[in-house]
Design a protein around this ligand. Structure first.
Ligand code: ADP
Length: 158
C-alpha cells in the first residue's frame, strides 16, 4: 500500500503553538508529514527563511515522521515532486474556511489526485495568528504564551 504523505504548507512567520497543535494532532493520520515553508517572491516576510527553517528543525528534529523543507511555486506541483497525496491545512474560523475552500477548489481543479485535509484548531488556539504575533514582537508586547520557546528566545534578541 502507498505511504500516506501530507504536505503542510505555510509561511510559519513565525511558527506558533497553533501550528504545532495541528501537526501534533495530525501526525497519527499520516505516515509522513512534510512541513513546507512556501517562498513567495511577492510576499515580504518578517523572519528570514533560514530562521523559520531553523525553528522548525529545532522543534521537530526528534520526530522521524516529519520532514522539513521549503519550496517555491505551486503547492500541488511540489506535492507531486514529493509524492504527497494530501495537503494539510488548519481551520480556525469561518474566515479561514471561506479562504481555504477557494484554495482547495483551485488546487483540485489543477490536480484532482491531491486531497486537501482540514483539521479544526483547538478552541484555545483559534485566536492565534502569525500576524498578531509579529505585531507583538515588533511593539514589544507579551507573546511568550503564543510561540514555542525557541521562537521566544530568538525573537527577543532581534
Ligand atoms: P499561510 O500564509 O499559508 O496562511 P500560515 O503559516 O499562516 O501560512 O498558516 C499555515 C497553516 O496553519 C494554515 O492552514 C493555517 O490555517 C494554519 N494555522 C495558522 N495559525 C493557526 C492556529 N492558531 N491554529 C491552527 N492552525 C493554524
Amino acid at each position: 500500500m502507498n505511504n500516506h504523505i501530507a504536505l503542510f504548507p505555510g509561511s510559519f512567520d513565525p511558527i506558533t503553538i497553533g501550528h504545532i497543535d495541528i501537526i501534533n494532532r495530525s501526525i497519527d493520520l499520516f505516515d509522513k508529514i512534510i512541513i513546507a515553508v512556501g517562498v513567495n517572491a511577492q510576499k515580504k516576510n518578517y523572519f528570514t527563511l533560514e530562521m523559520r527553517l531553523k525553528w522548525l528543525h529545532e522543534i521537530f528534529q526528534v520526530h522521524e515522521k516529519i520532514e522539513i523543507t521549503n519550496y517555491e511555486g505551486l503547492t500541488v506541483n511540489f506535492c507531486k515532486e514529493k509524492n504527497a497525496q494530501f495537503i494539510l491545512r488548519g481551520l480556525r474560523n469561518t474566515i479561514d474556511f471561506e479562504y481555504e475552500k477557494t484554495i482547495a477548489a483551485l488546487n483540485r481543479s489543477v490536480e484532482d489526485s491531491i486531497e486537501t485535509i482540514f483539521v479544526m484548531t483547538a478552541p484555545e488556539y483559534s485566536h492565534i495568528n502569525s500576524t498578531i504575533v509579529r505585531e507583538l514582537i515588533r511593539y514589544k508586547g507579551k507573546f511568550d504564551h503564543l510561540v514555542p520557546a525557541c521562537v521566544m528566545r530568538d525573537a527577543m534578541q532581534q
